[in-house]
Design a protein around this ligand. Sequence first.
Ligand code: GDP
Ligand code: ZN
Length: 293
Amino acid sequence: MQGIIIKGIGGFYYVKSEDKIIECKARGKFRHNELSPMVGDEVEIKEKNGKGVIEDIYERKNMLIRPSVANVTQALVVFAIKNPDINEDLLNRFLMLCEFNKLDIIVCFNKTDLIDCIHENEVVNMIKSAGYKVMFLKAKEGEGIEELRDYLDGNVTVLCGPSGVGKSTIINTLAGKNLMETGNISEKLKRGKHTTRHSELLQIGKGFIVDTPGFSSLDTSFIDKEDVQDCFPEFHDYLGECKFNSCLHYKEPSCAIKKEVENGNINSKRYDFYVKIIEEVSQKKSYKGGDGR
Ligand code: GDP
Ligand code: ZN
């Protein structure tokens, strides 16, 4: 019988198969292979008297480290249009890490009830110009949530974004119950929100959401400088048109990417961010700022 691990606690794995959840142990062979089952794994199980054993783990499509979840297909990168103000650098870093992990990306701008007009927003336009799918939400009022629901079907979705932007509110509204604590950061800290805990998959419709917000570390220094360009979808059409095959679109002459920045086809702020990352990874300098809870 096939299923997906939605939770792991103290050596037990909870596998959702068809319409039930079966408590399973892993076979000893996984320990010998140094492969341990993780949340998100698609597994083959054998069930007997209501208890299960994980016999096999299907090949993982990918594996996030923090949160530790396999087979994530999609990221909702959530920022508030205001309260807190958008940190552009952080937004670009989230996008980059999602690209690096080959996730489909939807950028959600929440709290749009706090402003009059969204269309003149520079950050929104920058994100759109990079080709990203953008959604506007008023999570507290439930606006945009139904449209979001459609994108969840068939996916394992992780929510990424800084504290206070409305990720918990989005999850609660989608789930139709209060699974996550909401509120301002100091209130959450007081309630011990930030104690270490394991990720769990929450079923929403025909998909799953990871209940811990994505990427607790926004370190990008592990990325090779040659791979950074692949994390910028708006570069894609022009790669290979530079004079040098090994062009990093930095200080090289006759660079197609730089030409498109000058032409206005690539957003110059996104290009500046690209250069910043190239300089960072060249020095293997790690990123310490920000809060990517
Ligand atoms: P998280 O830290 O990203 O999980 O954010 P929360 O879901 O805890 O939300 C932080 C605060 O923003 C809470 O006080 C929410 O009530 C508020 N909030 C969430 N969504 C909206 C929204 O659409 N509009 C407004 N004005 N506030 C919101
Ligand atoms: Zn180039």
